[in-house]
Design a protein around this ligand. Structure first.
Ligand code: FAD
Length: 420
């Protein structure tokens, strides 16, 4: 059986790995010159079941409404993106209803835990040379109410098997001494020891090399123009280098899965949500942070990757626009200096690597995997802000399904058909 995967990011590559393990002939195509060059390039670096809550939490509509038009808001909706968000946005808001939110949260946690367990298999095969660290995630709170709310959420996570510890401000600083200058501002912290971190793009490189050695074919620099549908099947893919055929097709093209699927009559409720990151060289900073920290009040995530620091955040609905907006990047510089004031003498703004990417966000906050109404077309997209966390598990589930093997989690809960 031959499988063609469109997309050489985290989700396409993990799917390729497991399909090859099942003995399929696998080809991965991507328009970029190498693996992990789009959204999987410079993300926050964190694999965290602790942050598996969908973004459409109860009250999200008013929260977003209050931020409308504020250039420094963590969530920004650009007017030009509004038309493409209408139907999707309604579904997004509908899923913020508490019972639905909780159900989706639980689905994400199960997939995240499954995925983190599978990452051990990847490390056994690929090694840890992707700036892997298994030092958990520390969440910080600067006032009592959000800290209390987060503890309630953590209890919920605990019932689903995610371990955590509640910390005083002093205990949080003991865990991450780089926070000492802001100790008086910290109300408390939550520590999630099972979370891990690593450089997603480096992981993609290692995985590609391994898959290639196992016989997976890679076609980089190949733009897929359209899928060719006849009746209920895809009979080929028209790309920049002609026609390609296979028995099964996997759309793992991130946010671009939506227009590609739309052209063959499959509606995929995934829209791009732009996010930014900075990568800072911390080589000469002796007190540099040692573990990933999320500052709840600042909406900042800062993750050490070897001797670099990745600062990621902000969400912007701006369609497929990939321009870097200086104001959004300046927010990230401000956030990291507020969190770690002692970085200031070591922060070389000119040398910081600036990046943005499009999170493929599904309308209910859960990735979309597996079958579609077109019998040999499968999806692996929509993992939004959690694609690094979910990649291993999602790749395995989709590959198992295509190969006709039983899946460890009930794939129906993650399939496109759930949107009705
Ligand atoms: C700022 C930011 C921070 C983040 N932080 C985290 C984090 O800390 N933890 C976490 O779990 N997740 C995080 N994420 C989310 C995560 O990075 C994404 O969910 C994940 O990278 C998506 O992977 P993907 O394979 O679906 O998409 P992509 O990596 O975008 O891969 C899709 C591929 O398809 C290719 N493609 C698209 N269209 C075509 C076409 N027509 N022809 C050929 N090729 C095509 C693209 O070139 C691309 O390589 C973050 C995202 C952002 C933006």
């Amino acid at each position: 059986m031959r499988a063609l995967i469109i997309g050489g990011g985290l989700l396409g590559l993990t799917t390729a790995y497991f399909l090859r393990q099942h003995g399929l002939e696998v080809t991965v195509v991507d328009r970029e010159p190498g693996p992990g060059r789009a959204t999987s390039f410079a993300n926050g670096g964190m694999l965290h079941a602790s942050l598996a809550n969908p973004w459409n939490e109860p009250g999200v509509f008013w929260h977003a409404f209050k931020m409308l038009g504020r250039e420094d808001a963590p969530l920004l909706v650009r007017m030009k993106a509004l038309p493409s968000l209408l139907g999707w946005g309604l579904t997004f808001v509908r899923h913020s209803q508490p019972a639905r939110y909780l159900r989706n949260f639980e689905k994400n946690v199960h997939l995240a835990r499954y995925s983190l367990a599978l990452m051990q298999e990847f490390r056994a095969v690929l090694g840890t040379d992707y700036d892997y660290a298994g030092r958990g995630t520390l969440k910080l709170f600067r006032s009592a109410a959000p800290f209390a709310a987060a503890q309630v959420m953590s209890q919920q996570l605990g019932t689903w098997g995610v371990p955590y510890e509640v910390l005083s401000g002093a205990a949080a600083v003991a865990l991450e001494p780089a926070l000492t200058p802001i100790e008086s501002a910290i109300t408390g912290g939550l520590y999630f020891p099972a979370d891990e971190s690593g450089d997603a793009q480096r992981f993609c490189e290692l995985l590609t090399a391994h898959c290639r050695a196992q016989g997976v074919r890679f076609e980089f620099g190949l733009q897929v123009q359209r899928l060719l549908r006849r009746g209920t099947r895809i009979e080929g893919v028209l790309g920049s280098q002609g026609l390609m055929t296979a028995d099964a097709y996997v759309l793992a093209a991130g946010s671009y899965a939506t227009p590609l699927a739309h052209a063959v009559g499959v509606a995929v409720p995934v829209r791009p949500v732009k996010g930014y990151s900075l990568t800072l060289d911390t080589g000469d900073w002796p007190g540099r942070p040692s573990r990933p920290v999320i500052d709840d009040a600042l909406h900042a995530a800062v993750c050490p990757l070897g001797n670099r620091l990745r600062v990621a955040g902000t969400a912007e609905f701006a369609g497929f626009d990939l321009r870097l907006t200086p104001a959004r990047l300046n927010n990230l510089f401000d956030l990291v200096t507020q969190l770690y004031p002692s970085i200031a003498p070591h922060l070389d703004r000119q040398r910081a690597a600036r990046w943005c990417g499009l999170r493929p966000m599904s309308a209910d906050g859960v990735g979309i995997m597996g079958r579609t109404p077109v019998t040999n077309l499968y999806l692996n997209t929509g993992h939004g802000p959690l694609g690094w966390t979910m990649a291993a598990g999602a790749g395995r589930l989709v590959a198992d399904d295509i190969a006709g093997k039983p899946t460890e989690l009930n794939l129906e809960a993650y399939q496109l058909a759930r949107f009705g």
